[in-house]
Design a protein around this ligand. Structure first.
Ligand SMILES: [Zn+2]
Length: 113
């Protein structure tokens, strides 16, 4: 494996670790909200129950986002192997390093997003 590929795999791995950690935090929050919600049965007429439901939906949304990014990071690893990592899938130009640093799973440059 070349230096560049090794660096790319490392960046993808670091992001994966970060996302997994955040995902664990969201899971924990979901567990807490689920526990709190079981005390509030009359959600529709109870402001606190309603707030918990809202928080639940938000946390679920964040969780889905993180899970999608983890799948994208797997795809990114595969692109490193095939030598297409960091190439915009729309314009075919290299994606600037600073953009990849922020989001290693990125498949398009900012102009094409
Ligand atoms: Zn592009």
């Amino acid at each position: 494996m070349g230096d560049l590929a090794a660096r790319q795999h490392r960046a993808i791995g670091a992001r994966r670790a970060e996302i997994r950690e955040r995902l664990a935090g969201v899971q924990e929050r979901l567990t807490e909200v689920r526990a709190a919600r079981s005390d509030w049965t009359d959600e529709e007429h109870d402001p606190e129950g309603f707030a918990l439901t809202f928080e639940w939906q938000q946390a679920e949304g964040v969780r889905a986002q993180y899970e999608a990014e983890l799948r994208d990071l797997d795809d990114a690893d595969a692109r490193v192997e095939s030598g297409t990592y960091g190439i915009c899938e729309v314009c075919g130009e290299p994606i600037p390093a600073a953009q990849l640093e922020l989001r290693p799973a990125r498949t398009r440059c900012v102009s094409c997003t």
